[in-house]
Design a protein around this ligand. Structure first.
Ligand SMILES: NC(=O)c1ccc[n+]([C@@H]2O[C@H](COP(=O)([O-])OP(=O)(O)OC[C@H]3O[C@@H](n4cnc5c(N)ncnc54)[C@H](OP(=O)(O)O)[C@@H]3O)[C@@H](O)[C@H]2O)c1
Length: 268
């Protein structure tokens, strides 16, 4: 029987932060496994990664919101003899409008992709990491998961807060087993996220200082992986916002964030 290959699995690798993380992790030399729905995008990225980094890249086109997606992904990995050394739970999207304006289907899609799928992947892949006493789990959350009171971002911020808390506890449980758990909390990043959300026009009004590029975020994330900080907030402005959100009295933090969020995120 052939030996298994150690790999880095990245969900939502067809654009934005996921694609940038694939580029930033490629120099490590481990086989990259790119997962998302748009096959053509994944293939294009895979070709450029192979050419630029002489790295092995596997593409698995999959709708992670579809029923049975996680078992399907796990069996695709097993068929290819791949063992996950680094899991990057990155796939995600935003919902527009207030909580009561979302359909039950939209709510379920978000809970599946951004809560259930990362949880199931971690639960499935952690035992092998524990057995080999090595591995890394990177959950891509958001600054929104650290900030209380975000109208227009109820379920999104709650799902990111879930990922942050899950990561903190997982890190505490697994640190002594040699497993690195990190949760990345970016602020506003230029990706396709806001176009998918349908708020691109509105977001243009947001001053430049709030924005980062996905390459910068990914570079900082990979550097932070070498350290031991669990909650990583890239960018000085974002770190200041995280500090205010977590240190101001809650009613003050909620009042400030509600005003800010209503301007940019609520359904017009
Ligand atoms: N951009 C920001 O300002 C920002 C800030 C903080 C956190 N984040 C987080 O960063 C992560 C990446 O977002 P991004 O900004 O890079 O946005 P993006 O450019 O829209 O990328 C989202 C990725 O998720 C994938 N995806 C979405 N639904 C999927 C599904 N059902 N099955 C499989 N893949 C799916 C998309 O691929 P396909 O469409 O090809 O499936 C795409 O690769 C998300 O978790 C987001 O919440 C973004």
């Amino acid at each position: 029987m052939s030996e298994s290959r150690s790999c880095t699995l990245i969900t939502g690798a067809s654009s934005g932060i996921g694609a940038a993380l694939a580029r930033a992790l490629a120099p490590e030399g481990r086989t990259l496994v790119l997962v998302a729905r748009r096959l053509e995008r994944l293939n294009r990225l895979a070709s450029s990664l192979r050419a630029d980094h002489r790295v092995s890249v596997e593409v698995i086109p999959l709708d992670l919101d579809a029923q049975g997606a996680v078992p399907q992904l796990l069996s695709a990995l097993a068929d290819r003899g791949l063992e996950v050394h680094t899991l990057v739970n990155n796939a995600g999207f935003g919902l527009r409008g207030r909580f009561h304006q979302s359909s039950p289907e939209e709510v379920q899609r978000m809970l599946t992709l951004m809560v259930e799928v990362p949880t199931q992947l971690i639960q499935s892949l952690l035992p092998a990491m524990q057995a080999s006493r090595q591995g890394r789990i990177v959950n891509v959350a958001s600054l929104a998961g650290l900030i209380p009171g975000l109208p227009g971002s109820c379920l999104y911020s709650a799902s990111k807060a879930f990922l942050i808390r899950l990561s903190q506890s997982l890190a505490a449980e697994n640190r002594s087993l040699g497993i690195r758990v990190m949760v990345l909390c970016p602020g506003y990043v230029h990706t396709e996220f806001h176009a998918v959300l349908g708020v691109e026009e509105r977001m243009r009004r947001l001053p430049d200082l709030f924005w980062m590029e996905s390459e910068e975020v990914a570079g900082l994330a990979v550097r932070a992986l070498g350290g031991n900080r669990v909650v990583v907030v890239p960018g000085a402005v974002n770190r200041l916002m995280a500090l205010l959100a977590t240190s101001l009295p809650e009613p003050v933090a909620v009042a400030l964030s509600s005003r800010f969020s209503s301007r940019y995120r609520s359904r017009p």
